[in-house]
Ligand binder design. Structure first.
Ligand code: ZN
Length: 267
């Protein structure tokens, strides 16, 4: 009887140790999961370069020690090849935007791909390798330029080609007119943070480095300061992890209209 009691106590102690170990393990896993989902990342993106304004932006990015993504116009890449090489040399990601940013690219799939392939060739000729698989459709993936069915078919084909079209959740609206005053850019930025920032952990900021965006470099330090003050990690699409890509797909910042199958099933 005494022997039985003794072995019962031993079993109880073993159960307690096991439970405590499991609880600790569960807590550790919880911490990992929370950590995963609380990652705060900002992707600074610049469209419509390279131009002389790109150089001003590169200088600020270097001083601030942050990386960004440039969605490039092929025609300008040819004209300003040294600037494009400098963008890559400083560790930023170069992606396709368009060859010459003409609205007629959305008149048919053939027109679109002709423009895309021309941009691809122009950038490849300068860099000596193909640009990133991430790209940005002129006007974004919800563009109202062109027939809806044609734009839908283009989006589908981009995905079929293994490309990722990238949108944004913050715009400083620096392309609404020429050289928008810095104060206006920063007040738009603040409004965007409140209104459209649906995903508090991931910011994709749309800015422009075209020839008519001379005020964007002046607004940039304040924008970077906001994200640094709020503990965001700066990344570009060249160093995006599988988890981050999956998060952006789920948040519909990438391939907005072409969701992965597992996401469709869970909806
Ligand atoms: Zn553009």
């Amino acid at each position: 009887m005494k022997k039985l009691k003794y072995s019962s106590v031993v079993v109880l102690i073993l159960i307690c140790i096991f439970c405590t170990f499991n609880l600790a393990l569960a807590e550790d896993n919880k911490k990992c999961t929370d950590k995963e989902y609380s990652k705060k990342i900002v992707y600074l993106t610049f469209d419509d370069g390279p131009t002389n304004n790109t150089l001003k932006i590169l200088k600020i990015l270097e001083e601030e020690n942050v990386k960004a993504t440039f969605f490039v116009i092929g025609e300008l890449a040819k004209e300003n090849s040294d600037i494009l090489k400098q963008v890559e040399g400083q560790g930023h990601e170069i992606c396709i935007h368009t060859y010459n940013h003409k609205n007629c690219i959305y008149s048919s799939k053939e027109e679109y791909w002709e423009d895309y392939n021309k941009a691809n060739k122009a950038i490849t000729d300068v860099l000596g390798h193909e640009p990133s698989k991430f790209m940005r459709m002129p006007g974004g993936s919800s563009t109202t330029i062109g027939d809806k069915g044609t734009v839908r078919a283009i989006r589908n084909e981009l995905c079929d080609e293994g490309l990722y079209y990238v949108d944004w959740n913050i715009s400083i609206e620096d392309a609404l007119s020429t050289n928008v005053p810095v104060e206006k850019l920063l007040s738009t930025f603040k409004k965007e943070l409140k209104k459209t920032f649906i995903d508090p952990n991931t910011a994709i900021v749309l800015m422009h480095d075209g020839a008519s965006n001379s005020t964007t470099p002046k607004a940039l330090p304040s924008i970077i300061k906001y994200f640094k003050d709020n503990d965001y990690e700066f990344k570009n699409f060249g160093d995006i992890s599988e988890e981050e890509l999956s998060h952006l797909l789920n948040q519909r910042q990438i391939n907005k209209y072409n969701q992965p199958k597992q996401t469709d099933a869970s909806n």
